[in-house]
Design a protein around this ligand. Structure first.
Ligand code: RB5
Length: 149
């Protein structure tokens, strides 16, 4: 499975940690930046960059981080075909995959620690969507939404 990682400066340390963690588990990982925690940058740029990689099918899932995870998840969700879930625990991560067919996970680098983030990532990657069930209809509805609806 291919993963893409992105963050702003406030999510940089968590992104780097999770990228190395995922690589150690055998995932192929692409990093769209940012490259340092020292220079402030826009979470919008990196949320969109990572989302575009997922949208183009160049990664199966995206993992993104900013300070809270909020801004970067909003940015990613503006991209077509993206269902990005901001998760603060393993249950949310499991449900995001199982019920919402989330294809991106957003985390807050200033909100959760590395160990919890690893567990959330594990839960997200281990779970798959319940295809054909009642959740399919709702995900189809999400996918049909157009700006202004
Ligand atoms: C950066 O200071 C911070 O605002 C950003 O990382 C994020 O938390 C926004 O949602």
């Amino acid at each position: 499975m291919n993963l893409v990682f992105g963050s702003d400066h406030a999510g940089y340390d968590l992104k780097q940690h999770l990228l190395q963690y995922a690589q150690s588990k055998g995932y192929t990982c692409l990093d769209v930046g940012t490259e340092t925690a020292a220079d402030a940058c826009s979470y919008v740029d990196y949320g969109v960059k990572a989302a575009q990689v997922v949208h183009k099918g160049e990664a199966d899932l995206g993992i993104i981080a900013c300070g809270t995870g909020i801004g970067i998840s909003i940015a990613a969700n503006k991209s077509p075909g993206i269902r990005c879930a901001l998760c603060t625990n393993e249950y949310m991560a499991r449900m995001a995959r199982q019920h919402n067919n989330a294809n991106m996970l957003a985390l807050g680098g200033r909100v959760i620690g590395f160990r919890l983030a690893e567990s959330i990532l594990d839960a997200f990657l281990a779970q798959s969507f319940e295809t054909g069930g009642r959740h399919q209809k709702r995900v189809d509805e999400l996918n049909r939404l157009q700006p202004g609806d």
